[in-house]
Unconditional design. Structure first.
Length: 553
């Protein structure tokens, strides 16, 4: 039964495939243009891997666990540095495990198959420290799990849910005590989505059961009661064993994107989740059902957002072994317009296989393919197996072949050299003019405001008692003038008042959820420098002292 799922998952859930290096032609099918992807081979992994997790940690490619040829689980990880792969011993076996990035930058690995052939579940939890390239034991899960999902919260807690051929429920890790059962779920799910919503709640949902069955649109909450979404009965949100984090799907404050398939006609579309409301995302083109040579495209549920570029990416492949990438310009959708789509493809190559695995987005907008299931191409199409996996690694770019980029570099250099006299004249201008130009604020942007709100809500920067405008500007890659103008224009208040309102709301939540908590601790946890400032600010906003407000509960 397990092996049956593995084969079908490779053909319906995982997204990717093979390679044509430096192809120039732009191809069209059904009126949609497909642009070529350039691919650069990197050194092979130290050992072939499938069922592993690939992450890019501060620019460093790292793969965790999985299984190798013969469907044998691995107890190693690898990271790419100085042009080579380096192997690190893990403490446990993690094949088909869950991973989540902790607030301190470390990675937690949870559960997975402890036996060959993708059999069983495990209790194991360990933490990877990128700074030391080492693993340490953490605790054990609330129950044995495999094909689970995990979500780290800003306060250090970790939510876990999902299982495979075993019972599912929601569990929570609370440092330093460990994992404990929280509540039962309305449905038994595999690799569910764990998505933060307003009021510090988490939504839990998915379309695949613990035995591969298709589920309806029931959504659970970490704190509240479950609810039903009729749209999810019609549109099945695709899952992926390489499930990306909620943050990787987020396009605005509490707003996320998903890939879905229509249960009636098998067409694909994008869904948007805004807090707890699901809707279809309007796009300027439908997701094409067919690719090059009219080959049907099978899309993955994996979706990644590139925030600096304000785009999102999904992936797919066809029976000929081609990889497809779809770029989603979601900025227009945030303004109520149709999101613009662009389409890319990568052909197979015979000299070095490109495996079936997820292409992980890097910070510079490229993609990394590392390891994955092996496959063969025949007249019947694409067939794959977990018993023969790949060690190939590729760096993919949608910006065109490297030699084309190099030509642009030379052109830019020529223009720069030709313009040196003009540059020298500009440098001689009085410095006051330059300073005035830098101080000219841009028009307040609703998108920038949503990014500031998301930063406060997700990373809780307001809890830093020494938080400054420059800290927010640095986190968002802009300057303090733009941040200040945006908050004044969009929120209608100063930066200090804006931060204070977040601190007050957080203090109110602490008192509401922890009746016995001391007021001094409330003020400190919310980010106030001292108790006097806390009392004065709280009464300014609410009209009551913290003690009076607490008694009113």
């Amino acid at each position: 039964m397990r092996q049956k799922w593995i084969i079908s998952a490779a053909l319906t859930v995982m997204a990717c495939s093979p390679n044509s290096i430096g192809e120039q032609a732009l191809m069209e099918e059904d009126g949609i243009s497909f642009q070529p992807v350039s691919a650069k081979p990197l050194p092979d992994l130290s050992v072939p891997r499938g069922g592993h997790k690939t992450l890019v940690l501060d620019g460093e490619i790292t793969v965790f666990g999985g299984h190798t040829d013969g469907f044998r689980p691995l107890r190693t990880a690898e990271y790419f540095a100085d042009g080579a792969w380096h192997t690190v011993e893990m403490m446990y076996l993690h094949d088909e495990s869950a991973t989540t990035l902790l607030p301190d930058g470390k990675v937690m690995l949870l559960g997975g198959c402890p036996e060959p052939f993708g059999i069983g579940q495990s209790w194991s939890v360990e933490v990877y420290d990128r700074a030391t390239h080492s693993f340490s034991s953490s605790c054990i899960l609330d129950r044995k799990r495999t094909r689970a999902s995990a979500l780290a919260l800003p306060d250090g807690k970790v939510i876990v849910s999902g299982n495979w051929y075993a019972d599912d429920a929601i569990g929570m890790y609370q440092p330093p005590t460990g994992f404990a059962h929280v509540k039962e779920t309305s449905q038994q799910r595999a690799v569910p989505f764990l998505i933060p919503s307003a009021d510090s709640d988490v939504l839990v949902f998915g379309s695949e059961g613990t035995r591969g069955e298709v589920l309806d649109g029931q959504v659970d909450r970490l704190k509240g009661a479950s609810f039903h979404v009729p749209l999810l009965d019609q549109w099945r949100i695709l899952v992926s064993d390489m499930n990306c984090s909620a943050q990787e799907r987020q396009i605005a404050s509490y707003t996320y994107l998903f890939v879905a398939q229509n249960q009636a006609d098998s067409t694909y579309a994008l869904l948007k989740l805004d807090n707890d409301t699901f809707s279809l995302l309007e796009t300027d083109h439908p997701l094409p059902p067919n690719g090059i040579d009219a080959s049907p495209i099978i899309y993955s549920g994996f979706l990644q957002v590139n925030r600096p570029e304000r785009t999102a990416w999904i992936q797919g492949f066809d029976a000929a072994g081609r990889l497809y990438l779809v770029e989603i310009d979601y900025d227009a959708a945030l303004e109520g317009n149709a999101a613009a789509l662009k389409f890319y493809y990568l052909n197979p190559t015979e000299d070095k296989p490109i495996p079936l695995t997820i292409a992980r987005l890097t910070s510079n907008g490229e993609f990394i393919l590392a390891g994955g299931m092996g496959y063969t191409l025949s007249e019947e199409g694409l067939s794959c197996t977990n018993f023969k996996v790949c060690s190939s690694v590729y760096r993919l770019s949608t910006h065109g072949p490297e030699k084309k980029a190099l030509s642009w570099w030379w052109a830019a250099l020529f223009i720069l050299l030709a313009g040196i006299p003009l540059i020298l004249r500009l440098l001689r201008r009085p410095p006051v003019e330059t300073e005035e130009a830098e101080k000219t604020p841009e028009k307040p942007s609703t998108d920038l405001m949503s990014r500031i709100d998301a930063l406060m809500q997700e990373q809780q920067l307001f809890r830093n008692s020494r938080l400054k405008l420059s800290d927010v500007a640095a986190a968002l890659g802009t300057n303090i003038t733009y941040i200040s103008a945006c908050i004044n224009g969009q929120a209608g208040m100063s930066f200090n008042d804006y931060v204070m309102t977040y601190r007050i709301r957080y203090a109110q939540r602490l008192m509401r959820e922890n009746p016995g908590i001391k007021l001094q601790q409330v003020g400190e946890d919310a980010g106030f420098t001292n108790e006097r400032t806390f009392y004065r600010s709280f009464k300014k906003i609410t009209g009551l002292t913290p003690g009076q407000w607490k008694e009113s509960l």
